[in-house]
Write a new protein. Structure first.
Length: 107
């Protein structure tokens, strides 16, 4: 993707589906959605506005991404880090029999 081309949330969705290799990618799912694992859940985390002359000239979106899976022998961490230029691994938690790897992505 060219640097000056706008990246949409839909572009991010497609990229995450490609990385995980299934359609279990959920954007801000409501609590009543039954997720299938392994899965990626992501949500908009923040928007940084850059201004000049009292106008917004750019906005930088940050997403919180969580990869949820059952088996620790998982290579998706390296794949995630190698697929994005502006990603940061934040933490790993084990909750209710599932691993949760959290990332922060500037998109």
């Amino acid at each position: 993707m060219r640097r000056n081309q706008l990246r949409t949330r839909e572009d991010l969705q497609k990229k995450l589906v490609e990385i995980i290799g299934n359609n279990n990618v959920y954007f801000q799912p409501p609590s009543n959605v039954q997720m299938k694992y392994p899965a990626i859940r992501y949500q908009l985390d923040s928007i940084e506005l850059r201004r000049a002359d009292n106008l917004n000239y750019s906005k930088i979106k940050s997403y919180a991404i969580t990869h949820i899976y059952k088996s620790l022998s998982n290579e998706l961490t390296d794949k995630m880090i190698n697929s994005f230029q502006s990603i940061r691994f934040v933490s790993r938690m084990y909750v209710d029999g599932l691993y949760n790897d959290r990332y922060e992505l500037i998109w």
